[in-house]
Design a protein around this ligand. Structure first.
Ligand code: IMP
Length: 206
């Protein structure tokens, strides 16, 4: 393996991915940098299934290209699970209330749905699954899952991060993940944890 292709066009994710996986000493490209265009339908029922659907589809294309025939292909899927809401918005986190609806509205809606719910029942977690497709004589496929536990607060706080960060509070830090600087968030986040797990697995394979 000489290259890793990460199936995302999100530059913010790529910065975090490069920071954590760079120790592997392998070139890391985004799907876009590899020149791969694909509209993958994520119709799985779990984060793991969706990550694997994406990785498999992109790998099919990449491994047909001579320069990426031996590349490892990674893809992720992430979201927020709120226990009181039976795990909503879950795998529908990006699509919750419509893809184009602002997070101000989505976050206010979720806080509203937890009206009167005591702290101990407001538990939630961010989940990130990362799937790997590894070509070769003995091809391999696997998925890792990283999480961060927290709870849904009573108001939006903080301007860092994105998405549901302003309503997701971490007990240990006593603030929302939108109030953490990016270095601290990456150290404890679902994506950071999943990326570190993936790095260990790939380290054992390379
Ligand atoms: P995707 O994995 O990029 O499709 O992300 C799914 C959705 O989950 C995002 O659009 C956000 O709504 C939510 N999400 C995932 N990770 C985070 C995070 O770190 N902070 C806030 N929201 C997140």
């Amino acid at each position: 393996m000489d290259k890793i292709i990460f199936a995302t066009g999100n530059e913010h994710k790529m910065i975090e991915i490069r920071a954590i996986l760079s120790d592997l000493g392998v070139e890391i490209l985004s799907q876009k940098e590899a020149g791969i265009k694909a509209d993958v339908i994520e119709d799985g029922m779990t984060f793991e299934e969706n990550a694997m659907i994406k990785a498999t589809e992109i790998a099919k294309i990449a491994h047909e290209m001579p320069e990426y025939a031996h590349a490892v292909v990674l893809a992720d899927d992430s979201g927020l699970e709120i226990d009181y809401l039976g795990g909503e918005p879950g795998i529908y986190s990006a699509r919750y209330m419509g893809e184009d609806t602002s997070y101000r509205i989505k976050n206010a809606n979720l806080i509203g749905r937890l009206d009167g719910v005591p702290k101990e029942e407001r538990t939630a977690r961010f989940v990130c699954a990362i799937a790997a497709v590894i070509p070769g004589d003995e091809p391999e496929e696997f998925v890792v899952r990283g999480i961060i536990e927290g709870y849904i607060g009573w108001e939006e706080k903080g301007t860092n991060g994105f998405g549901y960060d302003p309503i997701f509070y971490v007990e240990e830090y006593g603030c929302s993940t939108a109030e953490l600087d990016s270095v601290t968030k990456n150290q404890i986040s679902h994506r950071g944890n999943a990326l570190r797990m993936m790095k260990e697995r790939l380290d054992g394979i390379l």
